[in-house]
Design a protein around this ligand. Structure first.
Ligand code: ADP
Length: 326
């Protein structure tokens, strides 16, 4: 598989740190999505046809890229990875599509950031497996049709709503990934600890699973830092004490919120009396990009009920207020 994500490139350099699951059995959580994908992949194999194009949406770090890799592995396809912001011009996408081989998954991360003229090329590529290339200008212009080998696009996005309807409609399979339960995250953490040769106690894994914003990527990141604390303080096995100590030092609170999450809530409370307030105002006060707040921080705060999204703007809930007061 020729996956060229930076994260995976690192994994190859340090194979013992390759935490990315390779198949459905190694991928706890997202049960409904996985069960559906198992059916779709099996059916495609039985028919001897390419898998339909897939769109995975949900907050960052929940396993969309990983899932694309698992689908490729299950189907026996190769996978090529690119992302919306990288494909700036129509010619870039044509180049990628023209070089695609049969039985390939083209994984497009952040697909909502494809420019609209590039998107239009994808339409016919996805629907008719064909590239329509316009040559020349004015009355002499003509379209050359270029057949593409069977391929499958897997798009990933943190913002399903930002994808245009015609593009969205061309994905036969659409799945939403949600935040993970502590039980699933405990399994993920125990597996990661094993790969990293660390002794993680069950209770400690569970404690950490409740403090990582329901997100495997954050769970793994925190685990790595906790291992640092354990190593430096000569602890062989990771217990709840080490987890608590490390999380405190990392600024992660009892609900798993990080410093930025709490600042988000504090701005709402102190400057806007709990709202309603627009995300632009919060972003300006935090000196952060609005899109980062919207994609990375806000979804979990809304999921946990600390922030409410209303037609008039964001409001701090009673739960959010109480959390800040404690
Ligand atoms: P996304 O593409 O949604 O941002 P990724 O697929 O890159 O997320 O996943 C982030 C990290 O979390 C990966 O390194 C992967 O190891 C881990 N991960 C995600 N989902 C799972 C899961 N269900 N089981 C185990 N590890 C997971």
């Amino acid at each position: 598989n020729s996956i060229v994500l930076p994260e995976l490139a690192n994994d190859t350099i340090e194979p013992h740190l390759n935490l990315r699951p390779k198949n459905f059995d190694e991928y706890p959580g997202q049960e409904r999505v996985c069960e559906n994908l198992k059916v779709y992949t099996q059916a495609a194999k039985l028919r001897g046809k390419m898998l339909d194009h897939c769109l995975f949406h949900g907050p960052p770090g929940l396993g969309k890229t990983t899932l694309a890799g698992i689908v490729a592995e299950t189907m026996g396809y190769q996978i090529k990875v690119t992302s919306g912001p990288v494909i700036e011009r129509a010619a870039d996408l044509m180049g990628i599509l023209a070089s695609i081989e049969s039985k390939t998954i083209l994984f497009i991360d952040e697909i909502h950031r494809l420019p609209s003229n590039v998107e239009e090329i994808l339409y016919s590529a996805m629907e008719d497996m064909r590239l329509d290339i316009l040559i020349g200008q004015g009355p002499t212009a003509r379209t050359v049709k270029f057949d593409l080998p069977p391929f499958c696009i897997i798009g990933a996005t943190t913002k399903a709503g930002a994808i245009s309807a015609p593009l969205r409609d061309r994905f036969g399979i659409q799945e939403h990934l949600d935040f993970y339960s502590p039980e699933s995250l405990t399994k993920i953490l125990m597996r990661s600890a094993k790969i990293m040769n660390a002794q993680l106690e069950n209770e400690a894994a569970f404690l950490l699973s409740t403090r990582c914003r329901g997100t495997p990527r954050i769970a793994n990141q925190l685990l790595k830092r906790i291992l640092d604390f354990a190593l430096v303080s000569n602890k062989i096995s990771i217990d709840c004490d080490v987890v608590n100590l490390a999380l405190k030092r990392l600024g992660v609170d009892s609900e798993g919120l990080c410093i930025m999450d709490r600042d988000f809530l504090k701005i709402m409370k102190d400057r806007y009396q709990g709202g309603p307030v627009g995300l632009d105002a919060i972003a300006a006060a935090l000196n952060e990009e609005k899109s980062t707040l919207e994609d990375v921080y806000e979804p979990y705060l809304v999921y946990r009920g600390f922030v409410l999204r209303t037609a008039r703007g964001r409001m701090l809930s009673d739960l959010g207020k109480n959390h800040l007061d404690n």
